[in-house]
Ligand binder design. Structure first.
Ligand code: FAD
Length: 621
C-alpha cells in the first residue's frame, strides 16, 4: 500500500490530550500519526466550552510555556475572559475564558493541520499490536496496521462508554459519538487495572426562550486578560455577557420527585462521579438544607443560541429535566435543545504508569487524559503534552523528562495520579500543590520555557519573546534594587503621597515596593525607567512583594521532610484543620492515622494537605 504506515509516535484520539500529545511529538521532530474517530471533532469540548479556572489555568499556562496549543486557541476563541481570585494572592489567581466552541475547534484544527511532521488520519483504533512487552503498532477498524515504537492512548470517555438519561441507557463515547468498545475489550485483556467512572453534563437551552432581564449580568474583565504568554487581546473575538440565576424550592421538589427514576440513585450507574462537580440531583440530595443553588448561564458561542447552564448537570429523565428547568427564574419558557446526561466509561488505574505516563507493563505505550481517571480539558491537555514528549524522547532514544512537584502543576498532577491513583474523577485544585507560591500561573514560562526549548518544543518566536521578557525582568529588578529615593525630592514626595508613614530616610524602590500599601504603579511614578510591559511589571512586583513568603515556603518544605514521623494526637479534630478539602478530611477521619508519615500515605491525602496538618499541629503546641 502506497500510504505511510510507519511512524515514530502514534497518538490515538484527537481530544485535548491527543492533540497536545501529537503536537508535542511532532514539534520535537518525530514523525507522528494522530489517529482519531472523526477529524471534524478534533479539539471538541464535550462539556462546557470554558478553559482555565482555579488550578486549571496553571496547567494551561504550563502547556503554553512548553509550546502547546490550548492557550493560543483560547485567545482566538474566548468570548469572555476573567481573572478569578484577583483580590487574593498571586498563587491562587487564575484566568478563565468562556470559549466559542466552534472557534476553539477551528483554532486547534488549524494548528494541527499546519504542524510539520504530523499526519492526521480518521479511523477508529480497534487493536494494539504488542510484541512481548513492547508496543509495536495499532490496527484500525478497517484493518490498516500502523507501526510505531511508541503509542499514546488518549481515548477520553469513549472506552466502553454508556450514556444514561433517566432509566434509558445506550452506548456512546459522548452524545452523538460512538464508543470505543473493541479497544476497551482489548485493554481488558491486557494486564491493566480497569475501573469505571462517570461524569455528567446539563441540558442546553435556547437563548431565544430565556428571559435574561430577571438574571444578574456578569461581564468579563476590562481590559480582558490573555491566556497565552504570546497572546494579545487583539486576537479575542467579540466579548459577551454571562448571567447568573438560581434554582428554587420548586426546582428541588421536582428534582426529588424524579429520584426514583434517577440512574444514579436507582443503582444503574456503578461509576463514581466528580464529588466537587456534582449533578443537581446529587446536590439536592446531599445538601437538603439548601433551598437554592447558583447557576451560571454561559453562551456556547457567538454564532449559536445555545446556552450552557453551569451548575445543573443531570441524568434525570427528560420530563423531570424540563419541568425542573422551567422553575428557574428566567427559564420559565426555556426550550431545551439537548438533554443533560451522564456517561460511564472505563478508566485505567494510573498507578500502573510511570512518571512519564508510560505504562509499567508495555514498553512504549503511554496513557494520557481522561483514560487515567482525570476530568477536564486542562488536565487532559497537560498529560497529553507530557506523554507526547516522552513518546518522542523514547522514539529518539533520548532520556525521559518529567517535571517535579516543585516545578509544575503538571508534576503535581502526574505524581498524585501515579502514586495515589484515584477512585473518582481527579481535577486539579491549587490546594493539591504544596509549592503554590512558586507554581503561579504568571511564572509558568519562567519555570518551563527554557526546558521546553531544550526539548525542541518551543519555536523561535516564543523563545525570543521569552528571552526578552526574562531579560527585562532581570533589568527591572536590578533597577528597583539599586534606585534610591530621597525624602524631600520629587520622587520622595511622590512616595509620601502613597505611604502610610512618610519616608524619613533614603529607600530603594524595591524597599518601597515591599510595603503593603505600595504597588508597582505607584513606584513607576517615582523614578524614570519603569517597565512598559505589564507582564514584566507584574512579575517583578510579585517576586519582590512575596519574596519573604516564598522563602518561608521553602523552609516549610524542608520542615515537612523532617517532620514526616511526627505523631498525630489521638484527639486531633481533622474538621478544625483549615485548608483541607472535605474529601481529605473524610479520608483522615476514616483512617485516623497515628503519624504524619502514615497520613501522607493515605490515598488522596496530598502533600499540600500534610503541610496544613503540620501548620495545625504547630498552632496546637
Ligand atoms: P476526549 O476529549 O474525550 O477525546 C477523546 C478523543 O479520542 C475523541 O476525539 C474520540 O473520538 C477519540 N477516540 C476515542 N477512542 C478512539 C479510538 N479507539 N480510535 C480513535 N479515536 C478514538 N470536564 C470537566 O472539567 N468538567 C465537567 O463538568 C465535565 N463534564 C463532562 C461531561 C460529559 C458528558 C463528558 C463526555 C465529559 C465531561 N468532562 C468534563 C470531561 C472533559 O470533556 C474531558 O475531561 C476531556 O475532554 C478529556 O480529554 P481527553 O483528550 O482525555 O478525551
Amino acid at each position: 500500500m502506497d500510504y505511510p504506515t510507519r511512524f515514530d509516535v502514534i497518538v490515538i484520539g484527537g481530544g485535548h490530550a491527543g492533540t497536545e500529545a501529537a503536537l508535542a511529538a511532532a514539534r520535537m521532530g518525530s514523525q507522528t500519526l494522530l489517529l482519531t474517530h472523526n477529524i471534524e471533532t478534533l479539539g471538541q469540548m464535550s462539556c462546557n466550552p470554558a478553559i482555565g479556572g482555579i488550578g486549571k489555568s496553571h496547567l494551561v499556562k504550563e502547556i503554553d510555556a512548553l509550546g502547546g496549543a490550548m492557550a493560543m486557541a483560547t485567545d482566538k476563541a474566548g468570548i469572555q475572559f476573567r481573572v478569578l481570585n484577583s483580590r487574593k494572592g498571586p498563587a491562587v489567581r487564575a484566568t478563565r475564558a468562556q470559549a466559542d466552541r466552534v472557534l476553539y475547534k477551528a483554532a486547534i484544527r488549524e494548528i494541527l493541520e499546519n504542524q510539520p511532521n504530523l499526519t492526521l488520519f480518521q479511523q477508529a483504533a480497534d487493536d494494539l499490536i504488542v510484541d512481548g512487552e513492547r508496543i509495536t503498532g495499532v490496527v484500525t477498524q478497517s484493518g490498516i496496521r500502523f507501526r510505531a515504537p511508541t503509542v499514546v492512548l488518549t481515548t477520553g470517555t469513549f472506552l466502553g462508554g454508556v450514556i444514561h438519561i433517566g432509566m434509558q441507557q445506550h452506548s456512546g463515547g459522548r452524545a452523538g459519538d460512538a464508543p470505543a468498545n473493541a479497544l476497551a475489550q482489548r485493554l481488558r485483556e491486557l494486564p491493566f487495572n480497569v475501573g469505571r467512572l462517570k461524569t455528567g453534563t446539563p441540558p442546553r437551552i435556547d437563548a431565544r426562550s430565556v428571559d435574561f432581564s430577571v438574571m444578574q449580568e456578569q461581564w468579563g474583565d476590562d481590559p480582558a486578560p490573555v491566556m497565552s504568554f504570546l497572546g494579545s487581546r487583539n486576537q479575542h473575538p467579540e466579548q459577551v455577557c454571562c448571567y447568573v440565576t438560581r434554582t428554587t424550592e420548586q426546582t428541588h421538589d421536582i428534582i426529588r420527585s424524579g429520584f426514583d427514576r434517577s440512574p444514579m440513585f436507582a443503582g444503574n450507574i456503578e461509576g463514581i462521579g466528580p464529588r466537587y462537580c456534582p449533578s443537581i440531583e446529587d446536590k439536592v440530595n446531599r445538601f437538603a438544607d439548601k433551598d437554592s443553588h447558583q447557576i451560571f448561564v454561559e453562551p456556547e458561542g457567538l454564532t449559536t443560541n445555545e446556552l450552557y447552564p453551569n451548575g445543573i448537570s443531570t441524568s434525570l429523565p427528560f420530563d423531570i429535566q424540563l419541568a425542573a428547568v422551567r422553575t428557574i427564574p428566567g427559564f420559565e419558557n426555556a426550550h431545551i435543545t439537548r438533554p443533560g446526561y451522564a456517561i460511564e466509561y472505563d478508566f485505567l488505574n494510573p498507578q500502573d504508569l510511570r512518571h512519564t505516563l508510560e505504562t509499567k507493563f508495555i514498553q512504549g505505550l503511554y496513557f494520557a487524559g481522561q483514560i487515567n481517571g482525570t476530568t477536564g480539558y486542562e488536565e487532559a491537555g497537560a498529560q497529553g503534552l507530557l506523554a507526547g514528549i516522552n513518546a518522542a524522547l523514547r522514539a529518539q532514544d533520548k532520556d525521559e523528562w518529567y517535571p517535579r512537584r516543585d516545578e509544575a502543576y503538571l508534576g503535581v498532577l502526574v505524581d498524585d495520579l501515579i502514586t495515589m491513583g484515584t477512585s473518582e474523577p481527579y481535577r486539579m485544585f491549587t490546594s493539591r500543590a504544596e509549592y503554590r507560591l512558586i507554581l503561579r500561573e504568571d511564572n509558568a514560562d519562567l519555570r518551563l520555557t527554557e526546558t521546553g526549548h531544550k526539548l525542541g518544543l518551543v519555536d523561535d518566536q516564543r523563545w525570543q519573546a521569552f528571552n526578552s521578557k526574562r531579560e527585562a525582568i532581570g533589568a527591572e529588578r536590578q533597577r528597583l534594587e539599586t534606585t534610591r529615593i530621597h525624602p524631600g525630592t520629587s520622587g520622595g514626595d511622590a512616595a509620601n503621597s502613597h505611604l502610610r508613614q512618610p519616608m524619613n530616610r533614603d529607600q530603594t524602590l524595591a524597599e518601597l515596593l515591599r510595603r503593603p500599601e505600595i504597588n508597582y504603579r505607584h513606584i513607576a511614578d517615582m523614578a524614570e525607567g519603569h517597565a512598559d510591559d505589564p507582564a514584566v511589571a507584574d512579575q517583578v512586583e510579585i517576586e519582590i512583594k512575596y519574596e519573604g513568603y516564598i522563602s518561608r515556603q521553602a523552609d516549610e518544605i524542608e520542615r515537612l521532610r523532617r517532620n514526616e514521623n511526627t505523631r498525630l494526637p489521638d484527639d486531633i479534630d481533622f474538621d478544625a484543620i483549615g485548608g483541607l478539602s472535605n474529601e481529605i478530611k473524610q479520608k483522615l477521619k476514616e483512617v485516623r492515622p497515628e503519624t504524619v508519615a502514615q497520613a501522607s500515605r493515605i490515598q488522596g491525602v496530598t502533600p499540600a494537605a500534610i503541610s496544613q496538618v503540620l501548620v495545625h499541629l504547630k498552632k496546637r503546641d
